[in-house]
Design a protein around this ligand. Structure first.
Ligand SMILES: NC(=O)c1ccc[n+]([C@@H]2O[C@H](COP(=O)([O-])OP(=O)(O)OC[C@H]3O[C@@H](n4cnc5c(N)ncnc54)[C@H](OP(=O)(O)O)[C@@H]3O)[C@@H](O)[C@H]2O)c1
Length: 309
């Protein structure tokens, strides 16, 4: 299944289609879905439809949510180096809901390159130490797969990214206070880099000065990211990975929440895992747990930064 066909499927789901995936809250707190717990009546209920799923993922603003999908053994990509070879349709549905929720997408340049990111119905903010804008983001226009579905990433076939079908279908209005969100910032591409990035001058020529955010002199200071994007009115931020960016954001305590899809499969191999690099210890609080009929688990994990030094 390629990204286009998946995107069209999600876009065409409608509320009844989402219902068919059997999304059921196993645990949730701090929302209207508070209640039954692991063995409560929620498991016998009708499951969540599209609006119900969006409500389950509701979050305050400002909020920076990281969202990734892993196999049970922690892989974020299959043998082809893309997430499309490990994920599934239920994950795509949630991906669309989260795109709908956000004001802007933040993505590491490695992921944008690997997945072939393209402009989306939300601003795409690429983080690159080198200051290089992935070429697929420079194509212009918002590519859509059949009807209202974007085919943002994975556009060259096989990425995790089904596009923004739900966003386009359900939300036609600019968000309050979002200065660049007229039309939801559709098609915007921004680069976050440092003052010493080799590609800085070229990026400014390509994107325009206003689309290049220099955060830090020698290296990218991601602790400045949220404020820089909030200044544009983008407070609901969705960081779509990859592992390198996730680690960097955790290291500066910039993340409010990790929404993690756990896919019911094992893959082994040498591919990238959820996190790598130096040791990092981030205690997490489970704020919500959802399952789909196919056994995929969806967690809402919130770092408890305050509990460690
Ligand atoms: N399963 C999933 O949900 C999921 C999600 C996303 C990605 N993935 C997979 O993850 C793999 C890519 O992993 P990755 O770790 O290379 O992805 P990544 O974090 O997206 O990319 C790493 C690159 O992003 C930039 N970057 C990240 N953190 C930075 C920081 N603190 N400062 C400056 N630049 C920073 C750098 O770009 P420059 O090289 O341009 O300097 C760096 O080389 C792919 O296989 C992709 O398919 C899976």
């Amino acid at each position: 299944m390629n990204a286009s066909s998946e995107g069209a499927g999600v876009a065409g789901e409608g509320a009844g289609g989402v219902l068919a995936h059997g999304f059921r809250p196993l645990w949730s707190e701090g929302s209207a879905l508070d209640g039954p717990g692991l063995d409560g009546p929620g498991l016998d209920g009708p499951g969540l439809d599209g609006p119900g799923l969006a409500e389950w993922y509701a979050a305050p603003a400002p909020w920076l949510r990281a969202n990734l999908a892993v196999t049970l053994d922690g892989a974020v990509a299959g043998p082809d180096g893309r997430s499309g070879s490990i994920n599934n349709v239920a994950d795509h549905v949630v991906f669309g809901v989260l795109r709908d929720w956000c004001d802007a997408v933040v993505v590491g340049a490695g992921t944008a390159r690997a997945e072939g990111y393209r402009p989306a119905s939300r601003p795409v903010v690429v983080v690159s130490a080198r200051g290089e804008v992935p070429p697929t983001l420079l194509g212009g226009g918002v590519e859509r797969a059949q009807g209202s579905s974007d085919d943002v990433g994975g556009g060259t076939g096989g990425g995790r990214l089904p596009g923004d079908g739900l966003a386009v279908a359900q939300d036609g209005a600019p968000r309050d206070g979002c200065v660049e969100c007229d039309g939801r910032g559709e098609g915007l591409v921004l680069l976050v880099t440092s003052g010493s990035a080799p590609g800085l001058a070229a990026a400014r020529r390509t994107l325009g000065d206003d689309r290049v955010l220099v955060l830090g002199d020698e290296s990218v200071d991601l602790s400045l990211l949220r404020a820089a994007l909030a200044a544009r009115g983008w407070q609901r931020l969705l960081a779509e990975g990859g592992p390198g960016l996730l680690r960097s954001l955790l290291a500066v305590r910039a993340i409010d929440e990790l929404t993690l899809t756990v896919l019911p499969r094992l893959i082994a191999g040498e591919g990238p895992r959820l996190l790598g690099g130096d040791w990092l210890d981030v205690p997490l609080h489970l704020a919500g747990l959802l399952t789909a009929a196919d056994g995929t688990l969806f967690g809402r994990w919130q770092p408890e930064y305050a509990t460690y030094a």
